[in-house]
Ligand binder design. Structure first.
Ligand SMILES: NC(=O)c1ccc[n+]([C@@H]2O[C@H](COP(=O)([O-])OP(=O)(O)OC[C@H]3O[C@@H](n4cnc5c(N)ncnc54)[C@H](O)[C@@H]3O)[C@@H](O)[C@H]2O)c1
Ligand SMILES: O=C[C@H](O)CS(=O)(=O)O
Length: 484
């Protein structure tokens, strides 16, 4: 049973126009703990009608919110940040219960989530325009940056809090209301953020959270002309669909999509550092992050040494209920996630890969899976082309630098990439050669609110975080002022 210091953070209703409410027909969705299968509670099964109300409430709230001085919006965001941090323990317990990640990772995500609210509270005050050298003696040329309007967000289950604040932070800072649809599997973290937004003084209608039928809610968000901006984080397949659905109303889009990150170990790498980075990148959230190392390429001369060290390190991972002390790998989110990992392992072994560690469902049952390492993996295997999204580390062998970069780039994805080397010329050549939105050099952990997060190719559009994150919620207006 979930015991919170502040039980009011666990909400089984949605937040629309400043009110907590049930679905019109009273239907609900059950939310379960992936580590135990126990029911945590229910949330409303909402659809298009409730979504439309949330969008209209956002539209009604927009004029006053955009007229608020940036400093006033910033103060409310700062308060929201402070409340998230003050309730971090409860928020982390909620997250581990509904998503499964170890408590330490949940606490890390809560800090990460708050950091976007803090960062954009500051960025709100730095929205600037331009005055340009007019070509006319009697006219002045001005450029302003203004809030785009009502925004909608659809977010995934793997980072139930940070993927919301990474959107709501810049939206509210820019003066845009936001309606959020979290993943059906992890709604409680989103609803708890709404509780704290309300307490922070976010006005009614400016931030709404609705749960329920994703197609119906998404259909309203993408077709309603009041929504000027859609921000989506999730799979490339769904991102492609939403992009199509937004086309008739020409919405501004942010798409944070799937990945297939290469992790390259060159023969001049610090192997212990490379193993540490590979463990951090591969097994974080049980391998369920968009920036996880999905393919590990190791240069011939260090292949066997790296493989042995990686197996030794992965063997130390402690699989269990994320709420239990010392657990470093929780369950996968659901059964179909386990099935995908099994499919990738069976396919690779059937095509000649060697099993070095794990490879089976964990004896704890439910959706727990053993940390797994495969050797002799090649480009003809599913794991080379698809995002595994599980605790599977496939080792590929390569000979030359050019071969490594070509193999790394041989994918339609381009979100994150990593490599380990201590040769400065090699570092520059490889960092510039990788087709990826983000590159980690001698590190497996790259995410921070101050840097632009996003991908190239079919990993998405736009950037979140950093000073660039505001651009997605602002529009540029040119004012030509005559009669001077
Ligand atoms: N690039 C990033 O920053 C980032 C971050 C996290 C996850 N991801 C990606 O997300 C995927 C895993 O997350 P997931 O399984 O939740 O992805 P998903 O695409 O299945 O679902 C993401 C969200 O979209 C909603 N959704 C699904 N179908 C929809 C539809 N037809 N209309 C409207 N909404 C719909 C879901 O309910 C959920 O809220 C992986 O591919 C991962 O790489 C990317
Ligand atoms: O899974 C996607 C997240 O964006 C990962 S991270 O926490 O931002 O690295």
């Amino acid at each position: 049973m979930l015991t919170l210091k502040d039980p009011s953070l666990l909400r089984q209703q949605c937040f629309i126009a400043g009110e907590w409410c049930d679905a019109d027909g009273g239907a609900t969705i059950t939310v379960t703990n992936p580590a135990t299968g126990e029911t945590l509670g229910t949330v409303p099964q909402m659809g298009a009608a409730e979504t439309r109300r949330a969008i209209e409430a956002a539209h009604a709230a927009w004029p006053a919110w955009r007229r608020q001085p940036a400093k006033a919006r910033a103060a409310i965001l700062r308060k929201w940040n402070d409340l998230i941090l003050a309730n971090a323990d409860d928020l982390a317990l909620l997250m581990t219960a509904e998503q499964g990640k170890p408590l330490a990772e949940s606490k890390g995500e809560i800090s990460y989530a708050a950091s976007f609210i803090e960062w954009f509270a500051e960025e709100a005050k730095r929205i600037a325009g331009e005055t340009l050298a007019s070509p006319w003696p009697d006219k002045r040329v001005l450029v302003t940056r203004e809030p785009i309007g009502v925004s909608a967000a659809i977010t995934p289950w793997n980072f139930p809090a940070a993927m919301i604040t990474r959107k709501a932070g810049p939206a509210l800072a820019a003066g845009c209301p936001m309606v959020v649809k979290p993943a059906e599997l992890t709604p409680f973290s989103a609803l708890a953020l709404a509780v704290l937004a309300e307490r922070a003084g976010v006005p009614a209608g400016v931030f709404s959270v609705i749960t329920g039928a994703s197609r119906a809610i998404g259909g309203e968000m993408t077709s309603n002309p009041i929504v000027r901006k859609l921000s989506f984080t999730g799979s490339t397949a769904v991102g492609r669909l939403l992009m199509e659905q937004c086309a008739p109303t020409i919405k501004k889009l942010s798409l944070e999509l799937g990945g297939n990150a290469p992790f390259i170990v060159f023969d001049d790498a610090d192997l212990d550092a490379a193993v540490e980075g590979a463990i951090a990148s591969k097994y974080r959230n049980a391998g369920q992050t968009c920036v996880c190392a999905n393919r590990i390429y190791v240069q011939d001369g260090v292949y066997d040494a790296f493989a042995a060290k990686l197996v030794e390190a992965a063997r130390k991972l402690k699989v269990g209920n994320g709420a239990d002390a010392g657990v470093t790998q929780g369950p996968l989110i659901e059964e179909k996630a386990v099935a995908k990992v099994e499919e990738h392992i069976a396919d690779a072994l059937g095509k000649g890969a060697r099993l070095l560690l794990g490879g089976q469902r964990h004896e704890l049952g439910h959706s727990f899976f053993q940390p797994t390492v495969l050797a002799d993996v090649d480009a003809g295997m599913l794991v080379a082309r698809e995002e595994t999204f599980g605790p599977l580390a496939p080792l590929f062998r390569f000979k030359t630098d050019d071969e490594a970069v070509a193999l790394a780039n041989d994918t339609e994805f381009g979100l994150a990439a990593y490599f380990y080397s201590r040769d400065i010329g090699r570092i520059w050549r490889v960092a510039e050669g990788l087709e990826s939105g983000m590159v980690g050099v001698n590190t497996g952990l790259i995410s921070t609110e101050i840097a632009p997060f996003g991908g190239v190719k079919q990993s998405g559009l736009g950037r979140e975080g950093s000073t660039h994150g505001m651009d997605d919620y602002l529009v540029i207006k040119y004012i030509c002022m005559g009669g001077i």
